[in-house]
Ligand binder design. Structure first.
Ligand code: ZN
Length: 335
C-alpha cells in the first residue's frame, strides 16, 4: 500500500484547505476552549510545542504525548462534525472516491487480521463484534465475509452514516458510545479504527468501550501515535497533524498508561503502520525547502525501495511507526 492510493494528493490538499476555512467558522471563540491535562497519563507537566491553524499543541513531559490544549468543548467538536464543510467533503467526495481502494488495501486485510487476532487471543463465545464509529460500514461488510463472527453490528452517531450501515443490513446503535446505557449491549470484541485522535476525552471513550465487553472480551483499536518516524520528523509540517480533526497523538508509552488507567489488561501494543517512509518521501518532494535531519535527507534522496521497505519493517518491529494498534482485554468482573 502507498499513501497516494488512499489519500490522493490533490483531493487531500483540497480537504485540508476546506478544513482550514472551517476552523474560522467553528472555532473562533477561543475563550470557550478548555485546558486539559495529558489525555494519556493525566500529567499536568506539559510544554508548548507549536501552534497550527490557531490551535496550540502541547507535549507531555511524562509520556511525550502530543495534544491540543486548550481545546474546543465537546459541543463545539460535535457541531463541527455534524455541520462543517470539511466533514461533508470527507463523506461525499473524499471517502467515496477512495472507498474501493480503502476496501482492498485497508478494510479487507484489517478484517482478516481482526479475525486472526480474535482466534489467537480467544474471546467469549458466541463471538460478536461491534465497530465503534462504523462510518460507511465497509469494515463490517468485510468482517462479515470472514464468516467468523455470529453477530456484527455498528455504533454510529451520524444520521447519514447510520443510515448507510443500516442499508447494508447491519444493526446500528445510533448514538455515541459514551451514551450507551449499561447492559444495552454486551459483545466479545469492540473495535474502533482511527477514532481516538479526534476525541475530546480519549479515556472516557475507552472506558465506554470497555463497558460493552463481556468479561474476557477484547478491545482492538488503532490510532495515530506521535512515537512514529514521519510524525516525529515532520512535526508541525505533517499533514496528519491537522486540527480540528486530529487533536490527540498518544505516544506508545502513553497508550500503555491509558490502557492501564482504564483497568484493561494489555494484550499487545504495536505499530504495524506501512506508510511512514512513503509519507516522508512524498512530503519532502512536495515541500523541497523543508529542513529534515541530514540522515533522513540522505536516505530519502539517495536510496531506493529496498532500503525504504527495510526501514519501514524496522519501524514496525520496534514500535516506531506513526500508526498504532492496541489490543486489550477486560479481565476483572465489575461489581
Ligand atoms: Zn502524558
Amino acid at each position: 500500500m502507498n499513501e497516494l492510493e488512499i489519500r490522493p494528493q490533490k483531493l487531500f490538499n483540497e480537504y485540508l484547505e476546506i478544513s482550514r476555512k472551517d476552523v474560522e467558522r467553528f472555532f473562533s471563540k477561543k475563550e470557550l476552549f478548555v485546558e486539559v491535562s495529558c489525555p494519556a497519563c493525566k500529567s499536568n507537566r506539559t510544554q508548548f510545542a507549536f501552534e497550527k491553524y490557531t490551535f496550540s499543541y502541547r507535549i507531555c513531559e511524562e509520556c511525550l504525548t502530543l495534544f491540543v490544549s486548550p481545546r474546543p468543548t465537546e459541543e463545539m467538536i460535535e457541531d463541527f462534525y455534524r455541520e462543517s464543510a470539511s466533514s461533508r467533503f470527507w463523506a461525499e467526495r473524499f471517502f467515496p472516491e477512495t472507498a474501493e481502494a480503502r476496501r482492498l488495501k485497508i478494510f479487507r486485510p484489517r478484517a482478516i487480521l481482526v479475525s486472526e487476532l480474535v482466534s489467537r487471543f480467544r474471546v467469549p463465545e458466541p463471538i460478536s463484534l461491534v465497530d465503534v464509529g462504523a462510518g460507511f460500514g465497509i469494515f463490517l461488510e468485510e468482517i462479515k465475509r470472514t464468516g467468523y463472527f455470529s453477530e456484527v453490528l455498528a455504533i454510529e452517531p451520524s444520521i447519514d452514516l447510520a443510515k448507510c450501515c443500516r442499508s447494508k443490513g447491519f444493526r446500528v446503535i445510533e448514538k455515541s458510545v459514551e451514551n450507551i446505557e449499561d447492559n444495552e449491549l454486551q459483545v466479545s470484541v469492540a473495535c474502533s479504527f482511527e477514532v481516538l485522535e479526534h476525541l475530546f476525552d480519549p479515556e472516557r471513550f475507552i472506558k465506554s468501550m470497555k463497558r460493552l465487553l463481556k468479561t474476557g472480551g477484547l478491545i482492538i483499536f488503532t490510532t495515530l501515535t506521535i512515537s512514529g518516524l514521519d510524525l516525529l520528523v515532520l512535526w508541525e509540517h505533517s499533514k496528519s497533524i491537522s486540527p480540528p480533526h486530529h487533536i490527540n497523538f498518544l505516544s506508545v508509552e502513553g497508550l500503555r498508561r491509558l490502557i492501564d488507567r482504564c483497568g484493561l489488561e494489555e494484550v499487545e501494543i504495536s505499530t504495524p503502520g506501512q506508510l511512514d517512509v512513503d509519507i516522508l518521501c512524498n512530503t519532502m518532494r512536495e515541500m523541497p525547502d523543508l529542513k529534515v535531519p541530514r540522515f533522513i535527507d540522505y536516505i530519502v534522496k539517495n536510496r531506493g525501495p529496498e532500503t525504504f521497505n527495510q526501514l519501514q519493517a524496522f519501524l514496525q518491529a520496534n514500535n516506531l511507526s506513526s500508526h498504532a494498534r492496541v489490543i486489550a482485554r477486560k479481565v476483572i468482573l465489575e461489581l
